[in-house]
Design a protein around this ligand. Structure first.
Ligand SMILES: Cc1cc2nc3c(=O)[nH]c(=O)nc-3n(C[C@H](O)[C@H](O)[C@H](O)COP(=O)(O)O)c2cc1C
Length: 184
């Protein structure tokens, strides 16, 4: 059976609403997946590189899950990329450890989808932010899969029942799309 590793790069998973709802539901749908919560394991950002590299080596499919922050991944996820995806391991002439493994970027944006248009307040489409993740994957020889992304994932007033219902249904849908993507 193919081994699925989810790396959660949320810097404060306990306070997360969207990614927590997504990964909790994803875990219910795909109980065999291993989920590593970087903020819980490395609260001081001191990532155990060897341990994380071993986890990657054992996996067939890798999911990087995080909230979209400042048009990219949060610093904890980035630090993981910087340290774990090291030269000689993930790239370079002898860095072939990740070759052929499937990779899925799973992330949530707070702004609505309409904002991610040339006319919208973000001015750029989400597709225009994705090449940074795709380039990282390409360099590491990872087998790029379509990212799973959700928009408008900020529940400003949890007492607003209709908004909360929409939010959690969106999170559930994201988890289902992610489960379908890892099963491909
Ligand atoms: C520091 C910070 C930066 C953010 N940057 C963006 C951004 O660039 N684009 C966007 O759509 N939302 C942005 N947001 C909103 C988050 O994407 C949103 O709160 C998150 O996806 C919700 O997930 P969570 O409940 O798991 O934290 C940002 C939020 C924070 C706190």
């Amino acid at each position: 059976m193919s081994k699925i590793l989810v790396v959660s790069g949320h810097p404060d998973y306990k306070s997360s609403m969207a990614n927590r709802a997504i990964l909790d539901e994803f875990h219910r749908l795909v109980p065999a997946a291993d989920i590593v919560y970087l903020d819980a394991e490395y609260p001081d950002f001191n990532i155990d590189v060897e341990r994380e590299q071993c986890r990657l080596v054992e996996a067939d499919t890798v999911v990087f899950d995080f909230p979209f922050w400042w048009y990219s991944a949060p610093s904890l996820m980035h630090r993981y990329f910087e340290q774990v995806l090291a030269h000689g391991f993930a790239y370079g002439s002898t860095g072939t450890a990740l070759h052929g493994k499937k990779v899925i970027f799973s992330f949530t944006a707070g702004a609505p989808e309409a904002a991610y248009t040339p006319e919208g307040y973000q001015h750029y489409t989400m597709e225009q932010f994705i090449p940074q993740f795709r380039a990282l994957s390409n360099l590491c020889g990872l087998d790029w899969q379509e990212p799973v992304c959700s928009f408008g994932m900020m529940l400003l007033n949890p007492d607003d029942k209709a908004a909360a219902e929409r939010f959690y249904s969106e999170a559930k849908d994201h988890a289902q799309r992610l489960a379908a993507a890892v099963a491909k």
